[in-house]
Design a protein around this ligand. Structure first.
Ligand code: 2PG
Ligand code: MG
Length: 436
């Protein structure tokens, strides 16, 4: 149908939440339907990720995206002109072949993911559907949609907070909440309580990259103590209502089994770090741990998953880089039991979808995730609902680029209606390791 064929593709430079340039792509179809998307950008980047194209040099501290924009307005725009946006896989295949590199470094993963998502958005627009509805329709999905369970940052850390503490994300999951809206209400309560406690202790110093409180702690464990106290102070039972989730992002402070916890003054081998994390799991209400060991430490990941994988979510981010192939391999090895899903790690929507499918097939949990460098773009929330992801991770419950996504979730929840009166039904507790 010609009304779903691409008439023009235009890229422009916009800004991300770190004050760096990024790429926005706008696709216009023949009868005027439009879709746009903005590429996000990570700070703790896995070596296996698709690579974003940055200009280098002096302008914008080397973070310019003129070459990526040129790639979209030139090569990509000519190649996709006249293509049908409802054929997402064919369109993405074209983009992958046009780039021609294994890591998408020639045209840039930032150029490609923004184009790929803009096409999906234009397709949804042309069918007068929200993106989440369109994705379900494209999959022939007819079951009842649910909202993803939010995983929300309270303290930042690691590469997102000047390495003030080693652990990158101290998050909470409202495991006892009845709805998406209630999970946000509860988490906001914990954030307020944490802010008060930090203020009372003289530790309140602002926020980190993703809106979590700045981690002015003496060591990593103090952050866990404070977070548990904040859950209690907000009136919740730790481990029953609200639980802790950590993104260790271990590749940032170690590799090949040598880990340097600068804050704790410790250097640990793989089993040492595993042991420390298992000890924390015993002593704190921790239900999920992302990248507990470095991306190259497969043996460590296998041992850690073997030790705690029955009761704790072991999530691969840098370790899996949203790759269907890596997810299948990790499932065979028993190296994780959940996958973080970041579209720009894969580089196109179809490859992201393939990773989701591989994770579901392996019985892995799925957490659709934003990056630390973000914008007002809300597409990932639609992917999470449209593809039935179990969880959503977009940083804290402050800063506009984060609330844009949580709030979009509230709008979708309202549209879902049903039980809870538009508060957004969640997946059954039994679908998570802590609910069994
Ligand atoms: C992560 C993300 C989000 P970044 O590691 O999971 O917290 O960070 O985008 O910097 O990779
Ligand atoms: Mg991570």
């Amino acid at each position: 149908m010609s009304k779903t064929k691409i008439k023009s593709t235009h890229a422009r430079r916009v800004w991300d939440s770190r004050g760096r340039p990024t790429v926005e792509v706008e696709i216009t179809l023949r009868y005027g339907a439009k879709g746009s998307a903005i590429a996000p950008s990570g700070a703790s980047v896995g070596t296996g990720e698709a690579v974003e194209l940055r200009d280098g040099g002096d302008a914008f501290g080397g973070f310019g995206v003129d070459a990526a924009i040129e790639a979209v307005n030139g090569e990509i725009a000519s190649a996709v002109r006249g293509r049908d946006v409802t054929g997402q896989e064919a369109l993405d295949k074209l983009l992958i072949e046009l780039d021609g590199t294994a890591d998408k470094s020639r045209l840039g993963a930032n150029a490609l993911i923004a184009t790929s998502l803009a096409a999906a958005r234009a397709a949804a627009f042309s069918q007068r559907l929200a993106l989440w509805q369109y994705l379900r329709q494209a999959d022939g999905e007819t079951g009842t949609p649910v909202m993803p369970l939010p995983e929300i940052q309270i303290f930042g850390g690691g590469a997102h907070a000047g390495r003030r503490v080693d652990i990158q994300d101290f998050m909470v999951i409202a495991i006892g909440a009845d709805s998406y809206a209630q999970a946000l209400d509860w988490t906001a309560g914990v954030y307020r309580a944490a802010t008060r406690l930090m203020e009372d202790s003289g530790l309140l110093q602002g926020v980190a990259d993703e809106g979590g409180l700045w981690p002015a702690f003496d060591n990593n464990e103090d952050a866990l103590d404070m977070l548990t106290r904040a859950i209690e102070a907000a009136g919740f039972a730790p481990g029953r209502d609200m639980a802790i989730s950590l993104d260790v992002a271990a590749s940032e402070f170690g590799c090949k089994g040598k880990y340097k916890l600068a804050r704790d003054g410790k250097e640990l081998d793989s089993d040492g770090l595993s042991g420390l994390l298992v000890d924390w799991i015993e002593r704190y209400p921790i239900v999920a741990v992302e990248d507990p060991l470095a991306e190259g430490d497969k043996e460590g990941m296998v041992r850690f998953t073997w030790a705690v994988g029955k009761r704790v979510q072991v999530i691969g981010d840098d370790f899996l880089v949203t790759s269907a192939e890596r997810i299948r391999k990790a499932a065979r090895d028993g190296a994780c039991n959940a996958a973080l899903i970041k579209p720009n790690q894969a580089g196109t929507l179809s490859e992201t979808r393939a990773a989701m499918k591989a994770a579901a097939k392996a019985g892995f949990g799925t957490i659709v995730s934003a990056r630390s460098g973000e914008s007002e773009d809300t597409a990932i929330v639609h992917l999470a609902v449209g593809w039935g992801a179990g969880q959503l991770k977009v940083g804290s419950i402050t800063r506009g680029e984060r609330t844009a996504k949580w709030n979009e979730g509230l709008r979708i929840a309202e549209a879902l209606g049903g039980p809870g009166d538009g508060d957004g039904p969640l997946p059954p507790a039994s679908s998570f390791p802590w609910g069994r």
